[in-house]
Ligand binder design. Structure first.
Ligand code: BDR
Ligand code: CA
Length: 324
């Protein structure tokens, strides 16, 4: 049975890798892409999403979402990692895209789709969680309509992975911590695929070269936009290769057995030097001051079968490349 997903995303190089993964796998029915600020401005991330829709003839709706966080001052696009407009050295311009976005804002698109297909849609979010929080604020009842919520974001210190944009925060959560706290404390099932697992997986330069050679047009496209990304990893982190962030959330949807999960309520630090830090309470005892225990237990990824994940990604893209 196929799994219907709405992918909330800030394309973004690894976001594009995730979009093509979702589009390319037979068990995923990508019905909608909702965009959010983050790696790029909302205008650029939406244009990039429409560009992919046009290039690969995707049926997914594209709906434009939030241009800024709920309340924290915006930190600005992550141009150092994703380039000036989100796709590394590739600048998608208005002249390259003839499609337009759905007229509804992302939060409304999400609410209406969940109402129209109760219990059928998995929300996958791989950018700041602003659109999901806005959807919850407008229609709290969607918690009972969603099948599952899968997030790429956060870092819980497991496997030694603490943060990327700050010593103790991951970028998507740091971009809008209030939104993340709303999403994690809502009474719906959330699976959080954070740095604890995404920092355990690497696309090496050799892996990406093989993708270029074996996975047709999508493989060549991923190779092209990942040049800038690899440069960033080499220059800033001294790593040859890049982490598998956003595709890991799609991998979870396709095959949850790739990941080991840990249960417990999750909160987000919303101010101060640790802003964006995610913390999970994993034991029963109640403390006199305890803002965790009454919250729903969510699932955090703490282990990944890395080789199997990389194989799944490669095979999916090769298959997609044959059809594109
Ligand atoms: C996350 O931040 C963004 O830069 C990536 O697209 C990914 O969603 C990793 O921290
Ligand atoms: Ca992203």
């Amino acid at each position: 049975m196929t799994k219907k997903i709405i992918l909330d995303t800030d394309p973004g190089i690894d976001d594009a890798m995730a979009i093509l993964f979702a589009e390319g796998h037979a068990s995923v029915d990508l019905i909608g892409i909702t965009t959010v600020f983050g790696n790029a401005t909302i205008e650029n991330s939406t244009r990039n999403a429409l560009y992919l829709k046009q290039k690969y003839g995707m049926k997914a709706d594209v709906s434009m979402g939030a241009d800024k966080p709920l309340s924290r001052p915006p930190v600005g696009p992550t141009t150092i990692v994703h380039g000036d407009t989100g796709f590394g050295d590739l600048q998608v311009t208005a002249a390259d895209v003839s499609l337009s976005a759905d007229p509804r804002p992302a939060w409304q698109y999400i609410v209406e789709q969940l109402k129209a297909q109760p219990g059928e849609i998995t929300l996958v979010a791989v950018g700041p969680l602003t659109n999901l929080a806005l959807a919850l604020q407008h229609e709290p009842g969607i918690t009972k309509l969603v099948k599952e919520v899968v997030i790429m974001g956060g870092a819980f210190g497991v496997n030694g992975h603490q943060g990327n944009v700050s010593p103790f925060a991951e970028a998507n959560i740091h971009d809008d911590p209030e939104a993340a706290d709303i999403v994690f404390t809502a009474d719906w099932p959330v699976v959080i695929i954070g740095l604890d697992v995404t920092h355990e997986s690497f696309f090496t330069p050799e892996y990406l070269d093989k993708l270029r050679d074996e996975a047709g047009e999508p493989g060549r496209f991923i190779h092209q936009i990942s040049r800038f990304y690899l440069d960033f990893y080499q220059r800033s982190l001294g790593i040859s290769g890049c982490h598998v962030h956003d595709p890991s959330a799609i991998a979870y949807v396709i095959d949850p057995s790739l990941f080991t999960l840990r249960k417990g309520p999750v909160r987000v630090v919303c101010s101060g030097p640790a802003i964006g830090h995610t913390m999970q309470k994993t034991y029963e005892r109640r403390h006199p001051h305890d803002d965790w225990s009454d919250m729903p237990a969510q699932s955090v990824g703490v282990g990944v079968r890395n080789e199997a994940l990389l194989e799944l990604y490669r095979n999916t893209l090769i298959d997609f490349g044959r059809r594109s």
